[in-house]
Write a protein that binds this ligand. Structure first.
Ligand code: FE2
Length: 494
């Protein structure tokens, strides 16, 4: 309530009005306090231009029924279409709620990669492929052909060819992809180091020549959930608020809140879920000299500010919170949900569903893979022809790479910290209906083979680092998705 009070006072001051404490209490008790205040200001400006202090008598004038102790019933009611007999339906895969720990032993790394390899190999096998082993290939006669499932150790560009150094669970091999086969060269170029993929080779003399390369990928058609069984309910996807940063656009956020509470848009009336894919706060000590860019220099202040901003989201909307690299939680993937002490602060004023990063969630029978997107940096830096300055156009390719690799962080050991857990939870085992990412602050929504791809933009103005690399963020964006039809649209708040 403290937060609402502050907003009412600030909004009135911005318009040149002061509110008496009685007027504030009356406004607070309204169904739509801010909307009511704006209505009153509009009335006073045209009918009572001499007024600069708003008291209860002015509220009466516009038709608010003020009862003795400041309690009021508003005549200004914004309709919300309740969904009849609607019961929220959310399931979170509990593997993405745990706090994983490792000992740091070499075995753990070996087991992690073995698990990654086996999981993706079995995805490749589902396509009907049968794989030879590298150890047997070496014994094969010249001229023979074989298909392998391998991890890419290294990719070396030569003038005439691309050399792929690969490994399976039996050994390593050096494969040569001739560049004169343009189609093949293009496929080899798209491969990223540490990913698991399939390759067809023939043995010519003592060299293995690549004939084809194939990604684990997803089938063109794979969905079998009946659309009819899913209610016409909307989900809003956002990320990268960076609350606590001087660059956080509170004004745009407030416009979003007003839209959530007051708009007559059909999507809003049926909006029942909101997902935040990490970087809720800007954090402290995330990068050198960050304090210069902070409005709130402690995590506690940042979380309290977030609690205020989230408490304004209408209660009928289920709020699902994941985490990112700026949030106060273990940095390496898979990240656990926000720690208890921060959750408690948030939970004072509303309910939340806290999940880790990544998180596999089922909402109304639609599967949603929420992932902050730390590894997108590695892919942008590794793949040729992609850079931050052209991300608006290329984000589609970057997200498609994750789906084609069936892995959320295919490149190991660069910018993205990955815990070598027993099970590689970053493998995309079950194909999601929706992949929701953030992190790069560029908004995008599109489809790739029946998977809805989303990057949900940001609420933070361009940072100095982003300016240096030429990245233009999409500020104040929400992706609205109809869970029944899976059609998505980008809404921008100005
Ligand atoms: Fe971010």
């Amino acid at each position: 309530m403290e937060y609402l009070r502050r907003r009412l006072v600030e909004e009135a001051l911005r318009e040149g009005y002061n509110l008496t404490s009685e007027a504030i209490s009356i406004l607070e008790s309204q169904q739509n306090p801010l909307e009511t205040l704006r209505y009153i200001i509009k009335y006073l400006r045209t009918s009572r231009p001499e007024v600069i202090i708003v008291d209860s008598s002015h509220l009466r004038e516009v038709g608010l029924k003020v009862v003795d102790a400041g309690y009021a019933v508003s005549d200004i009611v914004i309709e919300k279409a309740p969904l009849e007999e609607w019961i929220p339906k959310i399931e979170v895969d509990e593997r993405f709620l745990r706090h994983y720990k490792i000992k740091g032993e070499i075995d753990e790394f070996q087991n992690y990669f073995k698990n990654r390899y086996m999981k993706i190999k079995s995805i490749l096998e589902k396509r009907g492929e049968h794989f030879s082993r590298i150890i047997d290939l070496l014994k094969n006669p010249r001229g023979s052909e074989a298909t392998l499932a391998v991890i890419l150790l290294e990719k070396i560009e030569k003038e005439q060819s691309i050399i792929l150094r690969v490994e399976d669970d039996t050994g390593t091999a050096r494969l040569m992809a001739p560049k004169r086969d343009l189609e093949l060269a293009k496929k080899a170029e798209r491969l990223v180091v540490d990913q698991v993929f399939g390759v067809r080779v023939s043995k010519i003399d003592n060299t293995f020549i690549v004939r084809d390369v194939f990604m684990p990928d997803v089938p063109i058609k794979w969905r079998n959930v009946d659309e009819e069984s899913i209610p016409e309910v909307y989900i809003a996807l956002i990320s990268d608020l960076h609350i606590g940063s001087k660059k956080f656009r509170r004004d745009l956020w407030e416009n979003f809140l007003d839209w959530l509470s007051n708009s007559r848009d059909p999507e809003v009336k049926r909006l029942r879920y909101l997902v935040v894919a990490g970087d809720i706060v800007d954090g402290v000590g995330v990068f050198p000299k960050q304090e210069k860019e902070l409005e709130h220099t402690s995590i506690t202040q940042q979380i309290e500010e977030a609690a205020g901003l989230f408490s304004e989201i209408p209660k009928e909307i289920k709020l699902i919170i994941s985490v990112g690299n700026h949030d106060p939680v273990v940095r390496a993937l898979p990240q656990p949900p926000l720690p208890d002490k921060h959750r408690k602060k948030l939970e004072k004023d509303r309910e939340y569903i806290f999940v880790g990063n990544p998180a596999y969630i089922k909402v109304e029978n639609r599967s949603l893979l929420v992932y902050h997107g730390q590894s997108l940096d590695d892919i942008i830096q590794y793949l040729p022809n992609i850079s931050y300055s052209m991300l608006e156009r290329e984000i589609k390719n970057v997200l498609e790479t994750l789906i084609q690799c069936r892995h959320l962080a295919p490149i190991y050991g660069e910018n993205t910290l990955i815990l070598p857990t027993q099970e590689d939870l970053l493998v995309i085992e079950d194909i999601p209906d929706i992949l929701h990412t953030g992190h790069v602050h560029v908004a995008y929504t599109g489809n790739y083979r029946e998977v809805v791809l989303v990057n949900s933009g940001t609420w933070q103005e361009q940072t100095s680092y982003q300016r240096e690399v030429g990245l233009e963020p999409t500020v104040g964006t929400v992706v609205l998705l109809n869970l029944k039809t899976l059609s998505a649209k980008l809404k921008k708040f100005m």
